[in-house]
Design a protein around this ligand. Structure first.
Ligand code: PAF
Length: 289
């Protein structure tokens, strides 16, 4: 099996992109932090429907971690990642060292508002600035036709769509559906932090979300359903950061008179492991309550 070409510099990756374009190929970028699982692989497969040349980036981005977070412990396994990507016929992997992305004297950041406000930002105020800065750099470095991100990180996807539009970055942003384990838990590189007991408990998150979606769609009052969902998660051993119903595009609180779809988003900690998840909620025929 021939593996993907590995690029460590922007210049080398750009040369490969130019060569692919010269052959008439469209280019897709799949940004990741490695520790790849089926969720990432589904994004690569989806990217193949849009492009003849796929570049996956693997970079654990230090600027999106607070000093108290798991940057050092974040799982890294580039041999396993490269094998998986070779199996999917990925053409290139961008694995820059930190000094290529943040060279000496680096002094620029992308600042984001709108959908970046609240939810994740309440407990992780540094997070979306770090994501926006690195994703802007990756998009400008690879200059792809399309880039694809998982809906599992739904707020991140909304933030990326917003700043790509605001900054006129000429790339189409696609979202890929969340891939779930058999018991419904959303796949995440951080799931490997969970011990056996916590792993079993973790499936309460998709259960609570799924039931809340059904009840809200059936016309029950969202505030009541969410309060009960929070209580169930807390009784189950979670420390809940949020369980909220938001406008699916702007992530503003749902306008009771509005006709937009909504998204139900949750973040909760189990021991030291913080899990996030979300599901889409269709507007009840009776309107939002
Ligand atoms: O979702 C991720 O893995 C990261 O936040 C991303 C988009 C690759 C930026 O570092």
């Amino acid at each position: 099996m021939i593996g993907p070409k590995i690029y460590e510099t922007v210049a080398d990756m750009r040369q490969a992109v130019d060569a692919a374009r010269a052959k008439g190929k469209r280019v897709a970028l799949v940004p990741t932090m490695g520790a790849l699982h089926e969720g990432h692989l589904s994004l690569v497969r989806a990217a193949r429907e849009h492009a003849g040349h796929i570049i996956v980036s693997i970079f654990v981005n230090p600027t999106q971690f607070a000093p108290t977070e798991d940057f050092d412990a974040y799982p890294r396994d580039s041999d396993a990642d490269l094998k998986l990507l070779a199996g999917l016929g990925v053409e290139g992997v961008f694995m820059p060292p930190a000094k290529e992305v943040y060279p000496q004297g680096f002094a620029t950041a992308v600042s984001v508002g709108g959908p970046a406000e609240g939810l994740e930002s309440t407990t992780r105020p540094h997070f979306f600035g770090g994501v926006a800065t690195v994703v802007t750099k990756l998009l400008l470095a690879a200059l792809p036709d399309v880039a694809i991100f998982g809906e599992k990180d739904y707020q991140q996807l909304c933030v990326i769509r917003r700043f790509v539009r605001d900054l006129h970055i000429p790339v189409t942003i696609l979202g890929g559906p969340t891939v779930r384990e058999e018991d419904g838990l959303a796949m995440s590189s951080r799931n490997r932090y969970l011990g056996a007991d916590d792993r079993r408990t973790a499936s309460l998150i998709p259960q609570v979300l799924g039931e809340a979606v059904e009840r809200i769609t059936a016309g029950e009052e969202a505030a009541t359903v969410l309060a009960q969902g929070m209580a169930r998660l807390t009784q189950g051993g979670f420390t809940v950061d949020y369980l909220e119903l938001r406008d699916a595009e702007t992530l503003a609180p749902v306008d009771p008179k509005g006709t937009n779809a909504a998204r139900l988003l949750v973040a909760a900690k189990l021991g030291q492991t913080r899990l996030i998840d979300n599901m889409s909620v269709a507007r009840p025929t009776t309107g939002w309550r």
